[in-house]
Design a binder for this molecule. Sequence first.
Ligand code: GUN
Ligand code: ZN
Length: 440
Amino acid sequence: DHPKSFAIRGQTLAFRDDPFRVGPESAVDHCEDGAVVIEGGRIVDVGPATETLARHPGAAVDSYPDHLIMAGFVDSHAHYPQMEIIGSYGEQLLEWLETYTFPAETKYADLQYARAGADAYLDQCLAYGITSASVFSATYPSSVDALFDAALERNMRIATGKNLMDRNCPEALRDDVRSGYDDSKALISKWHGRGRLTYAVTPRFAITSTREQLEAAGALWREHPTTLMQTHMSENLAEIRWTAELFPDAPDYLGAYEAFGLIGEGANFGHCIHLTEREIARLKESGSAISHCPTSNAFIGSGLFDMKGLRDCADPIRVGLATDIGGGSSLSMFDTMKAAYEIAQLRGYSLHPLRALWLATMGSAGVLKMDDKIGNLAAGNEADVVVLDLNSTPLIRRRMREVESLSEAVFVQMILADDRAVRATYVAGRKLHDRDVANG
Ligand code: GUN
Ligand code: ZN
């Protein structure tokens, strides 16, 4: 542990602009030999190593020659109680929920089971270089306690909330309008703003909430405007049809949320694959955000997200990149960026590697309204940092010999790398994962 000032030295990568707005290469500051200086859990200086270290003569140095040092990954949408069901065979969304997901989540009624799940989940996040996430817990308030406790212990910036769901689900997972509201409110007073924790009001999706529950969720969010709001929207065609039947007065799926104030800055809609023109316009006007979950969309067979139309356009929507485990098939942001690339390819659009990397850090941090604190190597930011080994396997080493630019190097990593590339993960300036220690 470094109690006072210390530095991480290696290749540094920071964003100085949004690579969807300016040329991707000119959006980054890349330093072949750079240093990040950290004091009291924050980044205080970043730049070329020789000059930067000279400004901090007392600083101890963790040196990672040839490694890439960047902000920790941010996963803008995941379900920690679904870790146990990653890779469950053969169903699409609604059947997948009934068959695998709901039964798995009922186990999280048990606080001890939930706490073990939360520890396992956060440790895996760190091993994959994910330092922050917006997470769905289960219906049970204790499942939120378990994750927040585990996050507080690691000093991780984590958002979560209890699932609000009062219909169309097993009895064991059901709450009701009153208890859903009261339990959420109690969790907000207990946890929101403590350490680095943020509460997210979490109506699971329109199908599993009555109008009265969505109304209560809207009221709760308005009464606690610094909390976030997360849900699912427009993921699967059968889901969209059922939602239209349940909300006959709504103009479309988003309309069902909008009627209760569940839209706007801080609203985080998972998936958003099959959007109408009206929904796109309303998402833009309202400052709402989208979590793109590409491995999930491929794995559950939901559809092809329109990255170009929603993000690489004149008036883009805030978009983050998300694993959506356990609908998603991987906790790796490399796999997630790769799937985002492949899905974009299937729609005739090539997602630039530096844009993918931006989505997995700054984009997701923006979805959580935390891009002034995390998601980038910038002085003043919290020191959530990942160190990537760019030559982590024999195949990658061989491929890297041919690489001639930073963009190419990042692209090779996002196509070929896995958790072996995550050499170290720092959270608020403390090294919480070291690959070589973890593997003896
Ligand atoms: N829609 C409602 N709940 C879920 C969930 O748990 N996972 C996914 N992928 N979609 C959902
Ligand atoms: Zn989800």
